[in-house]
Design a binder for this molecule. Sequence first.
Ligand SMILES: CC(=O)SCCNC(=O)CCNC(=O)[C@H](O)C(C)(C)COP(=O)(O)OP(=O)(O)OC[C@H]1O[C@@H](n2cnc3c(N)ncnc32)[C@H](O)[C@@H]1OP(=O)(O)O
Ligand SMILES: CC(C)C(=O)C(=O)O
Ligand SMILES: [Mg+2]
Length: 512
Amino acid sequence: MSTGIDHIRIFDTTLRDGEQSPGCSMTPQQKVVMARALAELGVDIIETGFPASSQSDREATAQIARELRTTTLAVLSRCLPSDIEASARALEGAARPRLHVFLSTSPLHREHKLRMSKDEVLASTAKHVAMARSYIDDVEFSTEDGTRTEEDFLAEVIAVAIANGATTINVPDTLGYTTPDEIRGLFQRLIANVPGAKDVVFSAHCHDDLGLAVANSLAAIEGGARQVECTVNGIGERAGNAAVEELAMALKVRNAFYSLDTRLDTRLLVPTSQLLQRLIGMPVQRNKAIVGENAFAHESGIHQHGMLRNRSTYEIMNPSDVGWPNSKMVLGRHSGRAAVGHRLRALGYALEDEQLDQVFEQFKALCEQQRVVDDDDLETLMTGGVAGRGYRLASMTVSDRGQRASAQVELSDPEGRKLSESALGDGPVDALFAALSAATDVELALESYQVHSVGIGTDARGEATLSVHHDGIGYTGSGTSRDIIEASALAWLDVANRILRTRQPAKVAATA
Ligand SMILES: CC(=O)SCCNC(=O)CCNC(=O)[C@H](O)C(C)(C)COP(=O)(O)OP(=O)(O)OC[C@H]1O[C@@H](n2cnc3c(N)ncnc32)[C@H](O)[C@@H]1OP(=O)(O)O
Ligand SMILES: CC(C)C(=O)C(=O)O
Ligand SMILES: [Mg+2]
C-alpha cells in the first residue's frame, strides 16, 4: 500500500478521456450537468477537460469550478508551459484544483511520437512537474503508455516526477495491453522500489482494448494503487476506459476480498449512467454489467424458478443497490411454469396444476409469435381470447416520390376478412402509420420509435420498436423484417393488436 489511505479514490475522466471518444463530445452546459451528477455520485476527482485544447474545455472547467466546491477538479496538460498555464488559468476559481500533467515514456512513443531521448523525457518531466507544482500543490503526473515502458526507465521517470513535486503518480495502460498479473506485479514493484513512492498516491488508468480494463484496475489495486481512473459506462478512447459502475460494484460485492471500498453512493450508478446516455445519445448495450437493461432481468425458466425460491441463486447484487427499482422477470420462449404461474397469481389467477399446464401450452405457442409475453397477453389467455391473433399485414406499398409520401396497406382483420386502406404522410413511415390507423381504427400517439439492425450480412434484419400510451396504459410492440419499413408496420400492428386485445370482454373469471 502506498499511503495510509482507507478508501479507493475514484478519478472520473468521463468529461476528458470519455468525451475524447468519437461521438461523445459534450458542450460546456452538458459537462456541467454531468459534473453535478458525478459529484452527487461521490467521485473524489472529476477531470473536466484539457483546457489548452479548446475554448469549450476552458469554459466547462471554469463553470464547473464555480459550482462544485467540495470535489477535486483536475485538468490535463501536456509537458508544455503553454498547456500548464492554460490549465492553471482555467482552474483559477476552483476550490480544490489539481493539475494533471502527462508525458509518454514507452520506446515506441519516445521514438515515433515525441522524438525524444530518455534523457529528454526525464528532463521534461522534471521541468513541467516543477512548473505545475509552482501553480498548484496537487499535481498528478501520468506516464503515458507506461505499461509498455522498460520498467527501470519507468521507475526513473516516476522518481523524477516525485522529486519535483508530483503528489499522485498515474501509470496508464494507455493501449489496454497489460494483463492483471502483469499490472499487479508492476505496481507492487514500483511502490516498493521507487524513492518517495510511499509518500504519494499511485493510480491506475486502464483502457479496455482487450476487455480487461476493470480486471486490470482491480489487479493494480491489489498491487497497491489507491486511485483508479474510470468513466461512466466505460466510454473513452477506442474500446473505452474502465467503467466506474463495474469497478465500484466489484469492490463492494467482493469487499471481503479487497477490504477497500469507494465512497460512491452506488444507488446513483444507474441514474448517472442513464443521464450520460441521454446527454451524448449513446445507449449502453442491454447486457452491460450493472447499468444495462438486462443486468437484472431473467427470462430463462430455470433461473426464474431459482429466483422465485431465493433471489441470490441468480443475482449477486441487489438491484436497488445500484439504482434499479427491482429485478425483472421477463416472460418469453425460455420461461417455464414456475414463472408463468407466479405472474398469473400476481394477476389474481390461482391455478391448479392441470389448468396451469393448459395455459402454459398456449403461452408457449404465443411465444412462437412474439418475443415477450406481457400481463395483457396473459390476461387475454386467461379470458379465452386468442392472444397473438389480430390484424395481420398481407401487403404494403409505400412511395416517397411526390410532394407527400403515400402508403397502401392490405390487412386481414381478427376474423380473417381482407381490408385495404391508403393514406398520405410527411414521410414513408408517417404515411404507413396513417394507413394502418385508417384500416384498424386505432390511433397511436407514439412516444418512441426505434429501428436497429439485428443479425449480420445477408441475414441482417431490421427490428422496429414502438412505445405508446393509450388510455393511460403504456404499450410496447416490435416487428422484424428484412425491410425496415415493413418492420415498422409489424411493430405498429403489434401495439394495435395488444390494445385491441385489452378491449376484449373477459370470458373467464379469475379463479382466485
Ligand atoms: C492518451 C491521451 O488520452 S492523451 C490526450 C489526448 N487528447 C487529445 O488529443 C484531445 C485534445 N487535443 C487537441 O485538441 C489537439 O491535439 C491539441 C490542441 C492538444 C494539439 O493540437 P496540435 O498543436 O495541432 O498538435 P497535434 O494534435 O497535431 O499533435 C500533437 C502534438 O503534441 C505533442 N505531444 C503529445 N503528447 C505530448 C506531451 N505529453 N507533452 C508534450 N508534447 C506532447 C506531439 O508530439 C505533437 O507535437 P508536434 O505538433 O510538435 O509534432
Ligand atoms: C493522458 C493519459 C492519462 C491517458 O489518458 C492515457 O494514457 O490513456
Ligand atoms: Mg486514457
